[in-house]
Design a protein around this ligand. Structure first.
Ligand code: NAP
Length: 301
């Protein structure tokens, strides 16, 4: 069996690619290591996707999954461990099978880097968030902290400062990695307090987050009462298994422009695992449409 398109990853980018490929009558296989939906499945309420004013991440993911299936995509839950470029044909090796295909779309997304604190996972949705634009509205007029020093942390803090009562911005150094202009905007805000040279070392919770323990470089500990902690300490793209074939940048993202073409003919990328500025649901689905269109063009040429 030779597939037209194998899509690696059943998140919004991969499933949108499957919808476009299915509508073009292509033979499509989607391979997913975990569950369908990608990271959006953990978002309680999506408010920033056009048309749907409110939809849970689970409902969004289920709808898009069914839509892709109904358009003929075969969706199989296996972990891709290797891809091979054999010229006109490609091979995709999973933990169970080897598949042959004319094209591949890599839509594996990225994972949030975590702080690694013991109860961090169980508090997701109960005070811990990795996405201010997704979850910020739940903390209107409350007190939150943001941890991180890159552009995401700075922009999250700025976004939240317009919604919440108070934002603590906690960074492990005294210099930010993110842009100075955003730092300056934050300094103008009355409700943003900077905490430098410090790490979040403990999450205190009773069903939901109540306070955080913050330890500075001299070992001094303070406890800060917060309703929410936004963790913005970077992301880890899930591209390690493609690195032998596909060019990655120094942070591990697939090097590709807006046309979603990689360095290999017939292999495309869609979504958060490629180099890009805005990593949002709507840009992931957009990439899925573009990558599928490019793959179809490649097959038909
Ligand atoms: P990032 O630039 O990699 O920054 C991660 C931050 O988290 C760094 O400040 C790092 O501290 C800190 N950090 C890492 N591990 C930590 C840990 N275990 N505990 C505490 N702090 C930790 O990640 P990002 O902010 O998500 O940005 C990713 C990329 O997207 C960047 O290239 C960024 O410029 C880009 N981006 C651009 C925009 C924009 O242009 N509008 C918006 C958002 C993101 P150190 O600084 O000490 O290493």
């Amino acid at each position: 069996m030779l597939y037209d398109i194998i899509i690696v990853g059943a998140g919004p980018a991969g499933l949108t690619a499957a919808i476009y490929a299915g509508r073009a009558n292509k033979k499509v296989l989607v391979l997913e290591a975990k569950t369908y939906g990608g990271q959006i499945i953990n978002t309680p309420d999506i408010e920033n996707y056009p048309v749907e004013e409110h939809i849970s991440g689970f409902d969004f993911a289920t709808k898009i999954y069914n839509q892709a299936k109904n358009l003929g995509a075969e969706i199989v839950f296996e972990k891709v461990i290797e891809i091979k470029d054999l010229g006109k044909e490609k091979e995709v090796v999973t933990n169970k099978n080897t598949y042959k295909t004319k094209t591949i779309i890599l839509a594996t997304g990225s994972e949030n880097r975590k702080l690694g604190l013991p109860n961090e996972d169980e508090l997701v949705g109960k005070g811990i968030s990795y996405c201010a634009t997704c979850d910020g509205a739940f903390y209107r007029k409350k007190t939150v902290a943001v941890v991180g020093g890159g552009n995401t942390a700075l922009e999250d803090a700025l976004y939240l400062s317009n919604l919440v009562e108070k934002v603590y911005l906690i960074h492990r150094r005294d210099e930010f990695r993110g842009e100075e202009t955003t730092v300056n905007k934050l300094k103008e805000k009355d409700n943003v307090e900077f905490i430098y040279n410090s790490n979040v070392t403990k999450l205190n919770a009773n069903e939901k987050l109540e306070s955080i323990e913050v330890t500075n470089k001299d070992g001094n500990i303070q406890t800060i009462n917060v309703d929410g902690l936004f963790v913005a300490v970077g992301r880890i793209p899930e591209n390690q298994n493609f690195a032998k074939v596909i060019n990655l940048d120094e942070s591990g993202y697939i090097v590709a422009g807006e046309n979603c073409n990689t360095n290999v003919d017939g292999i495309f990328v869609a979504g958060d695992n490629r180099v890009k500025e805005v990593r949002q649901l709507v840009t992931a689905t957009s990439d899925g449409a573009i990558a599928a269109t490019e793959a179809i063009k490649y097959i038909n040429q």
